[in-house]
Design a protein around this ligand. Structure first.
Ligand code: UD1
Length: 430
């Protein structure tokens, strides 16, 4: 199993190209199930989750054509991929695949909307809380679907003639359930109004792509979506938006190690709240032509309290990284997690590096220390593992991050991007 070896202490200087967003690429790929034409996606990141979803979509009948050579665009290796689903050959998404990645559960929406039925295994994914699926069941039921749970599978059938538009209010904000409702309602008969929809940029990206495919959607980016169903969708070409979580992660790394890095191909407006928190912690973050520049001052990190919230609040996917940054703050910071109930698994690993963190329910109290010391640590989930990398970059001596397959799910060429900026980071393959 691969490990990552880091020798901490170097400031970061240079350019880091930001990849296309994993959390946008996944639902966009799934949208290819909605049409028999080709959906072409540009700027698709090369990640384990993307490769796995290609295999899953292949099972349903999607033909995937990756451009022969990777295009080198402004220092990044973005890929253009063509997805064509002439016919859906299988409406079952099996446990063996769905249990590896929660987002693959979202095929439920398009399969049901296009074929009138779907049998999809209940999901797996990162071990960050119970992550139920009640909102998907309630939402699709509101569109007329009949849903039963049988032997770990969701069996969904649409009424004769297809799903029917309806007004539905989510009792809780869910990114995935919003994606699925938007895809399903695009092919429903009549108009669907969704209240309390997720407002994440990735939801807006999916809405833009669906509209390019012929869907009629208004309100994306607000809490109310209106979707006028159409009889069919057609092919389109769409560019995946930049990864705001990768952007924020590297910005926090620079804030922690010190240095001066330009994050290329990204957009500061995708992460206002996180940028504000990084600035309050003492780093300079500014929009520049084609990206963001971050200047960190290393040792002079100020304590900042944050609370994770649905967009536009502070993203839960940057919580672990921000906690990593706060381990070296000059004072006490509090990090409160409100989205997932079990997303503090990085705490005990950060403690191995010398961090002083105490947990009280959903709030972590971090007492900054003047230095961290390298150690062996274990990656427990995707975002937690990158917080250990960030901390390792600022720690004295050698840090070994074990179980890095989590990192490969969501961070493209992490070692290469950091090494180019002067960090000592290498992958050790056994
Ligand atoms: C997506 C992101 C993930 C991010 C999360 C929150 C992708 C591939 N993943 O995950 O990186 O951390 O948004 O920003 O885009 N919930 C229910 N019932 C449901 C569905 C969700 O109670 O039926 C709860 C969840 O347990 C959680 C909250 O709603 O507490 C938010 O989860 P949700 O927004 O659905 O997360 P994902 O879409 O799975």
């Amino acid at each position: 199993m691969d490990r990552i070896r880091i020798v901490g202490g170097n400031a970061l200087h240079g350019i880091i190209p930001i990849s296309g967003a994993k959390n946008a690429a996944l639902p966009l790929m799934i949208a290819s199930l909605l049409t028999s034409d080709t959906l072409t996606l540009e700027n698709v990141p090369h990640l384990a989750d993307v490769e796995l979803l290609m295999r899953i979509l292949g099972n349903h009948g999607v033909d995937v054509a990756v451009n022969g050579r990777r295009e080198r665009q402004s220092g990044s290796y973005a890929r253009t991929i063509h997805f064509t689903c002439r016919t859906i050959v299988d409406t079952t998404a099996p446990y063996e695949l769905v249990s590896k990645m929660r987002a693959s559960f979202w095929v439920l929406g398009p399969l049901l909307a296009r074929e009138g039925k779907a049998r999809v295994s209940l999901p797996g994914g990162c071990a960050i809380g119970t992550r139920p699926v009640d909102l998907f069941i309630d939402g699709l039921s509101a569109l007329g679907a009949n849903i039963e749970i049988d032997a770990g599978y969701i069996d969904a059938t649409a009424p004769k003639g297809g799903l029917i538009g309806a007004t539905y209010t989510f009792p809780k904000v869910s990114v995935g359930a919003t994606h699925v409702m938007m895809m399903a309602a695009s092919l429903a008969r009549g108009t669907t109004i969704i209240h309390n929809a997720a407002r994440e940029p990735e939801v807006v990206d999916l809405a833009n792509c669906l509209m390019a495919m012929g869907a009629k959607i208004t309100g994306a980016g607000t809490a109310t979506l209106t979707i006028e169903g159409v009889a069919s969708l057609h092919g389109a070409r769409h560019r995946v938006l930049p990864d705001r979580i990768e952007t924020g992660t590297y910005a926090m790394a620079v804030a922690m190690t010190g240095g001066d890095v330009t994050l290329e191909g990204t957009d500061i407006t995708l992460l206002d709240t996180a940028v504000e928190a990084i600035r309050r912690a003492g780093a300079e973050v500014m929009a520049v032509d084609g990206g963001i520049r971050v200047i960190g001052h290393g040792d002079a990190i100020r304590p900042v309290d944050i609370v994770t919230e649905p967009f536009p609040g502070f993203p839960t996917d940057l919580q672990a990284q921000f906690m990593g940054l706060m381990t070296r703050a000059q004072g006490v910071a509090h990090v409160t997690e409100t989205i997932f109930e079990n997303r503090f698994m990085h705490v005990q690993e950060l403690a191995r590096l010398g961090a002083k963190i105490t947990l009280n329910g959903q709030t972590a109290r971090i007492e900054g220390v003047s230095r961290l010391r390298g150690a062996q640590v274990m990656a427990t989930d995707l975002r937690a593992s990158v917080s250990l990398v960030i901390a390792g970059l600022a720690a004295e001596g050698e840090t070994i991050v074990n179980r890095v397959y989590h990192l490969d799910r969501g961070f493209e060429r992490l070692e290469e991007k950091l090494t180019r900026c002067g960090a000592i980071v290498e992958r050790i393959s056994d």
